[in-house]
Design a protein around this ligand. Sequence first.
Ligand code: HPA
Ligand code: ZN
Length: 322
Amino acid sequence: MASAPIPKAELHLHIEGTLEPELAFRLAGRNGVELRYASAEELRDAYSFCDLQSFLDLYYELMAVLRTEDDFADLARAYLERAAAQGVRHAEIFFDPQAHTSRGVPIGTVIGGLARALDDSEERYGVSTALIMCFLRDESAASALETLEAATPYLDRIIGVGLDSAEVGNPPEKFREVYDRAAALGLRRVAHAGEEGPPQYVTQALDLLGVERVDHGLRSLEDPELVARLVRDRIPLTVCPLSNVRLRAVDRLEDHPLPRMLAAGLLVTVNSDDPAYFGGYADDNFTAVRDALGLDDETLRDLAANSFRAAFLDDARRRSYL
Ligand code: HPA
Ligand code: ZN
């Protein structure tokens, strides 16, 4: 019998990226939304991406099926059930409010539906949770600020803010004022940087946005001074190996820089990003890097321990997981 998956925290997971084709069709039927695919199989066959943008186009298109609180609750429950089976004990979950409000879905519907699923997640699935609200970096800073203001009634549900979507040409500095405001509201700060964008975007995220964790961060390796800083300051990088291959940030999993990152002393975690699109959930990513990169059990245990070290948990909770 296969051994139980190693207990871990998931720190880089877009809830909209957990929309499996079958659920997309079920929600489309429920909401009377037309999809331009004949079946879940045909949709899954379209999951072939050449870069981040080619994925984002489909990712945003399919969100049309998410309309009601029930839809967001069903989406999150489906993810949490799968996450539990993959050894996830704690999940810090990204969501993209602007991708919904721009379609006329109120932010309260999004947060209300997600919160319903998260509220009984520990009891039902044994997974503790937190929500991180991401701003779409290819939208304006004014739109991000408006989104932050619209979220103020729900701040007790949100642990922090993040930055995602099309990276190149949308540097962190664009969102400085938004992140200052988020900090003033007591929110934790993370940002995608160094996925397709240059190492300077990682430096900017640290210097100008005050992020405590960097999502992806792969291209940091091109700047030795930045690597030294990330190591010295114990800044976690939430790496997503299967995503990196599917979006062609890395040619083959066998070439993934994860071993180099570990050897450099970086605080690296392994995560699934958009698992419905990239071919695997949290433990699938662990298994894939183990097999492709020949990681031993001790390294896998270290990666899992890093996920709890890097999580926004209080010390008592963190200790209970480590
Ligand atoms: N990068 C940027 N934006 C995203 C991603 C990603 O990997 N997934 C969902 N939105
Ligand atoms: Zn991501």
